[in-house]
Design a protein around this ligand. Structure first.
Ligand code: GTP
Ligand code: SPV
Ligand code: MN
Length: 580
């Protein structure tokens, strides 16, 4: 027994018995311990050393090729009542799910080490932070949790003090997709995940705890747990505004959070607070304040280079774990659009052959401590977080959705979030490039019925008159040849400037049926090689196409029946009639 908290020691003992683990290791969270994890994985071949001159303390992990992404069809929310999970989630009766999972976990750690990982989501000591304990048989998970969360003794001490923690049980099992489930029991604050070693399926502090379970808790406690980056934008006068932005997986959160201002924007600075998850609470003045529950980045590798994301490129030059990238002849990691070097071995360890597809897996990832990021904000450690000026929803849409628009007010903003849609990406298994509804970028992550979630969002309207303004952006419009219309990446700062100017009432806007759009010329394009017509196209609203979109949204709302809040239907009705 390595804790004085009986509920924890009994749980661990029970799981050790069930799984027949050979050893139990309580993680302390020191660098020495991480180094030991790395040595063990190197010895077993779970990690490969990269070129230590060019990539010091960097390693490559190759997943089982059938285990490279989140598995939404195998992810369940097991609330007592099916309606509480909602049409947005797969559901199973809790007793049935437990029985199934206990069957899978029975004896699954024979001959293996069981790691106990106490962790804290959020700055240690913050009133907004929450704690969890993950049990896992994966050294890779333990090492990633060291980089991604505040884990070890300090978290355990706090758990022992309060007695409160989320229980997360994980085993890689046989990595058999037929024996793989990610189960959530929000009413019991428990997670059980079996059969995958991949990020969102296995690092239980991230999507399972900080979004699915936390969103359920946030609803009953009056706060928000969102799939949002948090970024600070400092102008040349030294004023900083904080934005929280919800884009679906692989739709640009990490890139926006780490943005480096283009050369044309001398004197501007961008500070990263978080790149994936935001927990937001109202403060005494009614302002929404955000903390990042995570302490590291689990970022998409392909597309990262010196021009698109210099901060990320710099962050992953040391102390990083790469998962499923390719290798060069020099044993450097390589990925598509790295812009330097060339692959000799693909992500599966085969000699590189373009006929086999991309050299790096399209969902290959890096794991690094957030502290590696040159633009990491000191305020990311602030217990009370930062006040949010604007909430921004977005998605990947080749057509329809303008570069940027603003909601008329909070309730309309909730509609804008609730009606977001995006093309599917390689972050989850399944077809890529299919437009699907992804409200608030939370389709895979909301731990309860979306209709209740929209009501919860709407409820903030009655609790504060200092709420952030709400916007929608789309960096991914394309011309008929498939080229992006907007340069994106660092140049997205130009759009953030308009958003901030709107929040400060410094700039007028054009009213449209879907919300406020920038006036012609209001987005600064100086120094950009972009045609006037392209800007017009990026900022136009096609009433006929939008009418169809709104009608399809009406049908989508129908699938949630009469649980959909009346207020949201009314907002939808207003937009629809403005389009007719
Ligand atoms: P998750 O970690 O899956 O939640 O993804 P994310 O939302 O953090 O997305 P990320 O920033 O990693 O970007 C995903 C992909 O989109 C990468 O390949 C980027 O290079 C690309 N991308 C990001 N921002 C832009 C942009 O402004 N324009 C274009 N064209 N591509 C972008
Ligand atoms: C996402 O898919 O949104 C990610 C990666 O951020 S994962 O940790 O797998 O969820
Ligand atoms: Mn994500």
């Amino acid at each position: 027994m390595t804790t004085r908290l009986e509920s924890l020691s009994e749980w661990v003992a029970g799981i050790a018995r069930l799984t027949q683990a050979e050893r139990v290791h309580w993680c302390t969270g020191t660098r020495d311990e991480y180094d030991e994890f790395v040595r063990e994985m190197l010895a077993r071949g779970d990690l490969l050393e990269l070129n230590q001159d060019s990539y010091p303390d960097c390693y490559l992990h190759r997943s089982d090729p059938r285990d490279v992404a989140r598995v939404e069809h195998l992810t369940y929310v097991c609330s007592d009542r099916k309606e509480d999970a909602g049409p947005n989630n797969n559901w199973m009766l809790p007793a049935e799910a437990r029985e199934k999972m206990n069957g899978l976990f029975d004896g699954c750690m024979k001959g293996r080490t069981l790691y106990v990982i106490p962790y804290c989501m959020g700055p240690l000591g913050s009133p907004y932070s929450r704690y969890g304990v993950e049990i896992t048989d994966s050294t890779y998970v333990a090492a990633n949790m060291y980089l991604m969360t505040r884990m070890g003794d300090a978290a355990l001490a706090e758990i022992e003090r309060t007695g409160r923690f989320i229980r997360g049980l994980h085993s890689v099992g046989e990595l058999d997709p037929e024996r793989r489930f990610i189960m959530h029991f929000p009413e019991d604050l428990t997670i059980m995940s079996y059969g995958s070693g991949y990020g969102g399926n296995a690092l239980l502090g991230k999507k399972c705890h900080a979004l699915r379970i936390a969103s359920y808790q946030a609803r009953t406690e009056g706060w928000l747990a969102e799939h949002m980056l948090i970024v600070g934008v400092e102008n040349p006068a030294g004023e900083t505004h904080y934005l929280a932005c919800a884009f679906p997986s692989q739709c640009g959160k990490t890139n926006l959070a780490m943005l480096i201002p283009p050369k044309s924007h001398r004197g501007w600075k961008v500070w990263t607070l978080g790149d994936d998850i935001a927990w937001m609470h109202l403060d005494d003045e009614g302002r929404l304040r955000a903390i990042n529950p995570e302490a590291g980045l689990f970022g998409v590798v392909p597309g990262t280079n010196r021009h698109t994301n210099p901060n990320a490129y710099e962050s992953i030059r040391r102390d990083a774990i790469f998962t499923n990238v390719a290798l060069t002849a020099e044993n450097d990691p390589w990925w598509e659009d790295k812009d330097t070097g060339e692959p000799v071995m693909d992500w599966q360890g085969r000699p590189y052959d373009p006929a086999n597809g991309p050299a790096a897996h399209p969902n290959s990832r890096f794991t690094v401590s957030a502290k590696n990021n040159p633009s990491y904000s000191e305020l990311a450690e602030a217990p009370r977080g930062v006040p949010i000026s604007a909430l921004v929803f977005g998605g990947r849409r080749r057509e329809l959705t303008p570069l940027v628009y603003e909601a008329r007010d909070w309730a309309h903003g909730v509609l804008v979030g609730a009606t977001a849609a995006s093309e599917t990406t390689a972050a989850a298994t399944g077809k890529v490039g299919v437009v699907r509804r992804d409200p608030m970028a939370m389709k895979p992550f909301c731990g309860y019925n979306f209709a209740d979630y929209w009501s919860h969002w709407l409820s903030f309207e009655n609790r504060s008159d200092a709420l952030p303004r709400i916007f929608h952006v789309n960096w991914f419009r394309r011309d008929p040849d498939g080229s992006f219309l907007w340069p994106g990446f660092g140049e997205n700062l130009r759009v953030l400037r308009w958003i901030i100017d709107r929040c400060r009432d410094r700039v007028d806007a054009v009213e449209s049926p879907i919300g406020y759009l920038p006036e012609p010329g209001a987005i600064d394009t100086s120094g950009l090689d972009i045609e006037l017509e392209t800007m017009q196209e990026l900022l136009s609203v096609d009433p006929e196409a939008w009418k169809q979109e709104m009608q399809s949204i009406g049908e989508y709302f129908q699938t949630y029946g009469d649980r959909v809040p009346q207020r949201l239907r009314a907002e939808h009705g207003k937009v629809l009639s403005a389009l007719s």
